[in-house]
Design a protein around this ligand. Structure first.
Ligand SMILES: C[S@@+](CC[C@H](N)C(=O)[O-])C[C@H]1O[C@@H](n2cnc3c(N)ncnc32)[C@H](O)[C@@H]1O
Length: 253
């Protein structure tokens, strides 16, 4: 049975060690390879279609970034410092750097293969290989911190874990900075379970939650209310879960 704490940094490190020791990359598939197996495969030059990378990383985050930006107080030509926490192989960090064209983007991930691939392919971005833990020293001081499907928020409903990670990231925000967490909303093992209690705990912060339509719907109908409506209707009919962005920022006094 899978350990409930597999998402913790110490366990992810052990998991990656196993993947790194696997000689034949095709064996990774048999062992339920997960993100790290996909990262290994793509780093070794495997065709992206054969890596299952799309199940673990958003390979086309352009519309999502466009949509979320409308909810933020920044323009795409502002000079910003941006952190992409849990960046995987760097596709989203790359989209962020294309959209926020005058910004400095830093992507951080625990996976050494993921960071190697990202560094080799996206030269204009700073990538750091690190397991992010609330006890670590701060990574920097940011206008925007993005956590797209970042495990500490999406693989546990531990209130203390969410509180500790929020404390860690919020302390690294500049005065008007925003922490953006993006995830499937109907996930009982995630921060959506604790959102009301966290609002009470962090009462000096605003918490906004926004539905984020499917990328194809944004692409087709544009970045507007109509996309949200169509997304709602389609997901209701098809009984599909939906994504939300949680945007957290300091209240003005
Ligand atoms: C589901 S993938 C999402 C990747 C990317 N953010 C995206 O949306 O395409 C989660 C990534 O977060 C990384 N990750 C999870 N917990 C982490 C932690 N505590 N520190 C650093 N990286 C972490 C994993 O290694 C993995 O690459």
């Amino acid at each position: 049975m899978k350990d409930n704490n597999w998402w913790q940094v110490k366990n992810l490190k052990k998991h990656e060690e196993v993947v790194l020791k696997t000689k034949n990359i095709d064996d990774l598939e048999k062992s339920g390879m997960g993100d790290f197996g996909s990262y290994r495969k793509i780093l070794k030059g495997e065709n992206i279609q054969n890596t299952m990378l799309a199940s673990h990383n958003d390979l086309n985050s352009k519309n999502k970034i466009l949509f979320i930006n409308k909810l933020l107080p920044f323009k795409n030509n502002d000079d910003l410092k941006i952190l992409d926490a849990g960046c995987g192989v760097g596709f989203t960090s790359h989209e962020l750097s294309k959209f926020y064209k005058n910004s400095k983007v830093t992507g951080v991930d625990i996976s050494s293969d993921g960071i190697k691939y990202a560094t080799q392919n996206f030269a204009n971005i700073e990538f750091i290989c690190q397991g992010i833990e609330p006890t670590n020293p701060p990574l920097g001081c940011y206008d925007l911190v993005f956590c797209f499907e970042f495990y500490p928020f999406t693989r546990t409903n531990s209130f203390q874990t969410h509180k500790d990670y929020l404390d860690y990231f919020l302390l690294q925000l500049k005065k008007h900075g925003r922490l953006v967490i993006h995830q499937v909303w109907e996930n009982d093992l995630s921060i959506s379970k604790n959102i009301d209690d966290l609002k009470k705990e962090f009462d000096e912060y605003n918490f906004e939650t926004h539905r984020v339509p499917h990328t194809k719907i944004i692409g087709f109908f544009g970045n507007n209310f109509f996309s949200i409506l169509v997304d709602k209707i389609l997901r209701f009919i098809l009984r599909k879960v939906h994504n939300k962005a949680i945007i957290i920022y300091k209240k003005e006094i």
